[in-house]
Design a protein around this ligand. Structure first.
Ligand SMILES: Cc1cc2nc3c(=O)[nH]c(=O)nc-3n(C[C@H](O)[C@H](O)[C@H](O)COP(=O)(O)O)c2cc1C
Length: 198
């Protein structure tokens, strides 16, 4: 079974409507290590060696976060800047993360239809996530399309729960070694047939 590490960052978790439900559903799944970065590092002093050890001990790294200003919350960037070191994560002999999986699990206020060239956000979510995709590529990791919960402000509690259950199913598929095959280029993991419950 693949070992899954979830690195979660939410600067206002106490006010969360969406991530809080998702986290409740996945944080205690056996074989999953859940880490709330704001809880671990309220002062932003990342323990680089501890994080490297955790990365080495897992196969799939999930970044779960709300989309803030078309990107990630600041602690995730701090984590990347500190932990993904030259000569370890990339560069000569930097092979520690090679062949591991990288996946962003995001929530966005904007609905899916506004993330396109004709929409108010001008670009697709996949385009906004390019820095993460290329960081994964640089580290020799397998970058998976994001799992996204979009238009969060207009989701009912039942709809949020439905997404949370899909997330649980996704974790199960990843533990079993989900291979995307023909779906590697799809925009969102939400769309892969394996995830459909009915
Ligand atoms: C500082 C800030 C920046 C945000 N930036 C974006 C953004 O760039 N795009 C977007 O679709 N939503 C944006 N949002 C909305 C959040 O993504 C949304 O409220 C969140 O994903 C909902 O999840 P939660 O209920 O777990 O907080 C932003 C919200 C805040 C507070």
């Amino acid at each position: 079974m693949k070992r899954i590490l979830i690195l979660f960052s939410h600067p206002k978790f106490e006010k969360s409507r969406t991530n809080s439900v998702m986290v409740d559903h996945i944080k205690d799944i056996p074989g999953v290590t859940f880490r709330d970065l704001y809880e671990c590092y309220p002062d932003f002093h990342i323990d680089v060696e501890a994080e490297k050890e955790l990365l080495s001990a897992h196969d799939v790294i999930i970044w779960q976060h709300p989309f803030y200003w078309y990107s990630c919350p600041p602690i995730m960037k701090q984590w990347m800047d500190m932990v993904l070191e030259f000569g370890w994560a990339y560069g000569p002999n930097g092979v520690a993360l090679k062949n591991k999986t990288w996946l962003n699990v995001i929530t966005t206020g904007g609905a899916r239809e506004v993330y396109c060239s004709a929409g108010s956000n001008s670009y697709t979510v996949n385009e906004f996530l390019r820095p993460f995709e290329q960081s994964a590529n640089l580290c020799g990791m397998n970058y998976f399309p994001p799992f996204a919960v979009m238009g969060t402000h207009s989701l009912s509690k039942a709809e949020v729960k439905e997404y949370a259950l899909e997330y649980v199913k996704l974790i199960d598929l990843l533990q079993q070694g989900l291979s995307l095959g023909d779906f590697k280029k799809c925009a969102f993991l939400n769309d892969i047939p394996q995830l459909k419950t009915q």
